[in-house]
Design a protein around this ligand. Sequence first.
Ligand code: NAD
Length: 466
Amino acid sequence: MINNVVAKARKAQGEWAKVPTSERAAVFRRFSKLVLERQAEIMDVLQDETHKNRLSAFEEVLDTTQLTHYYGRHATKLLKPKRRRGAFPILTKTIEVNRPIGVIGVITPWNYPFTLPSTDVAPAVIAGNAVVLVPDELTPKSADLMLSLMLEAGVPEGVVSIVHGGGRVHGKDLIDAADFIMFTGSTATGRIVAAQCAERLIGFSGELGGKNPMLVLSDADVPKAAPGAVRACFANSGQLCVSIERLYVVEAHYDEFLKEFVAATESMKLGDAKDWAIDMGPLISDKQFVRVRDQVTDAIAKGAKLQSGGRVRPDIAPTFFEPTILTNVSDSMELGRGETFGPVVAVYKVKDDAEAIARANDTDYGLNSSIWGGAAATLAATQIESGTVTINEGFSASFASHDAPMGGMKTSGVGRRHGRQGLLKYTQPQTIAVQRLIGIAPIGKQTNEAFAKLVSRLLGIWNRIS
Ligand code: NAD
């Protein structure tokens, strides 16, 4: 079945690649505007499908409109052929062109089911590719709405197709037929997908899991850090790849920070409705709910201390789990080192900034880190092993900096989305070199040795002046 969809996409791609880049980019400037205009409809679909709170749904609108506006404005310049230094000055004219790859397979998860498909599909399509998208099986309607808005904005039929049923069912067939795979999901699934791509020698970009740290350093502003931690840990009910699950606080600030963090968490409005005032909604599914509940139960059984939350709330919704703050968490607990992907954070007291940095880096993951402080935070950023570092905010400042790359170090990812890298990864660089006047070989009856001497002398001069 996917074979047919990919074959159709391949046909559509041939025509689409002939459309000038500036026109392809203009389509996504229209899409960006449509997303902003139709935000209420998008947020309703998102809330119906995921039960996230309205502000988290709005974040999807915001991220999608801004990212597609960014590529709509800048892609033409980024994709323009670039003049490169030739083999021989004057004699060789060299340009680098970026050609589309063909059909891109995109696999996306359920947690940001409008923004992740939109922002992975848009750069691939602007670069001249066709896309076959396999969204998570829990969130088909968000993906369908994205496609209908893209068609309305002017993406031709067949350039973007959706196959429903999820990656567990269709992943292998998609990888067998596509020319490049953009995957977002867990590190475990990312390894499987990457191995299949390696078999076919096709490109792979993976945005994977995290166990993201937040550091409250010696020169941090605690009254700002505490509410900042609430946003960083509990936005989208913690079902966010860049959200914070480990919090390291220097001992000088620990008591004050924990008190303010608990108070700010307990003032959150919990619910399951399309009401802007609600700060946190339920988890998306029974599976996610069980995972979060079992990790917290395991941690408490092994000695973790509950500072806030920790209860299931069937009075709000069957999959509601309270925003939860734990201390006394150790590596023997499942959530000590493993990703929870829910509204649960472990707070640790550390001696000083150096210990906070060392503990933050003591993980196989490296997606996002949040550092609170002044000069100490800027210095710490250079020592932190994660693809994004967000100073004095949880994650939104770096994630929304669309001109800069976003992605993971260590097992959190391969490749980047956003910025120049997020567009050029969907292209194949090609070098075209034109040799003028004379070839790169002895001239006439010149001996090889005389040619080598002449070239050495000329290049010696050229290398000194250039
Ligand atoms: P998951 O890996 O189970 O599923 C993710 C996607 O992969 C889904 O669409 C699923 O259908 C598909 N899939 C599952 N098995 C597959 C297979 N064998 N072949 C191909 N596709 C397959 O992840 P999940 O638990 O549903 O999602 C949460 C995870 O995603 C977390 O680990 C989170 O950190 C990560 N995530 C990362 C980012 C990022 O940008 N780094 C963004 C969002 C989510």
